[in-house]
Design a protein around this ligand. Structure first.
Ligand code: 15L
Length: 288
């Protein structure tokens, strides 16, 4: 992979060797993103190990299917044995009660990173979320350097995942690409998603950068397509070679027409996290 790397202000080019990935594990493989990656990454690596806590479709050539509850360390150790890279999509994928978030996104996350360290995994692509920074206002353009402003218990767990990834990169040398995913799907589904949508092919490109780029230590990028209405400065992803193909704009007229006349929540409309910010909101004023 040809890369342009910037260090201490100096720009230099080098022809780095891509990371060798023989067996790649996808956790949460039964979810929407996992099912899509199962197809788009088919044949890209010699072995795809697909894991979820529920049964998923049987293994085909080049696949291994696994069933693991990530809250159970013994199961997680079996799940990660022999893998070079991990795409961690498992856990709770939206707001929930604290007990569920704790089990799936704090304990389960720790188990995956710690077992990966013990097993010698080299790379982890982490599915973090726009909800780690959901309380930034929509009139702000934010980059990968902003401090987290979670909009939910779920968002807090995603900020935790970024902090844990930083620790495991610095202390143990696992390379992490933390992808703050906006909204993954074949098309944007509402006006907020026009700003944060990512298509399956664009997310696949980011995942491959995370697994294969020769020089990744700890990076945060936004998992979004090249949407004209984006709230993100995704220059860190571009620096790593990300060249998104899709833009939500061709869907905008239809999406906005479908929403015309519907009541809007002022909290949800002010912040990037939308309804995740509005749910349970009872502060006396809107935060800056
Ligand atoms: C997320 O992080 C969730 O995993 C997904 O289900 C959507 O709610 C998405 O954010 C979004 O903000 O649309």
């Amino acid at each position: 992979m040809r890369c342009i790397l910037r260090r201490g202000g100096a720009t230099y080019r080098r022809q780095g060797a891509a990371m060798a990935m023989h067996r790649v594990l996808i956790t949460g493989a039964g979810g929407g993103i996992g099912r899509a990656l199962r197809e788009t990454l088919r044949g890209v690596y010699p072995v795809l190990r697909l894991s979820d806590r529920v049964d998923i479709a049987p293994a085909r050539d080049g696949e291994e299917v696994d069933r693991t509850d990530i809250a159970d360390m013994a199961q997680v150790e079996r799940m990660v044995a022999g893998v070079d890279g991990i795409v961690h999509l498992g856990g709770i994928s939206g707001e929930n009660g604290w007990e569920k978030i704790l089990e799936g996104n704090i304990i389960g996350l720790y188990n995956v990173f710690e077992a990966a360290r013990r097993a010698g995994a080299k790379r982890i692509v982490m599915a973090t979320s726009n909800h780690a920074v959901g309380f930034y206002r929509r009139d702000r353009t934010i980059d990968h350097r902003v401090v987290p402003r979670p909009d939910s218990r779920y968002g807090v767990s995603k900020a935790f995942s970024e902090a844990l990834a930083s620790l495991y990169a610095d202390k143990h040398g696992i390379g992490f690409l933390c992808t703050r995913i906006g909204n993954f799907g074949t098309r944007p589904i509402d006006s907020r998603r026009l700003s944060i949508w990512i298509s399956p092919r664009d997310y696949t490109q980011l995942v491959r950068i995370g697994l294969e780029h020769p020089d990744i230590h700890f990076e945060i990028v936004y998992g979004v397509s090249k949407n004209q209405r984006s709230w993100y400065d995704n220059s860190n992803a571009h620096r790593l070679g990300y060249r998104p193909q899709d833009d939500s704009e061709p869907y905008a007229a239809e999406v906005l027409a479908a929403e015309a006349g519907t009541a809007k929540d002022p909290v949800a409309e002010t912040y990037q996290g939308g309804t995740f910010c509005a749910d349970e909101f009872d502060a006396p004023r809107l935060p800056d």
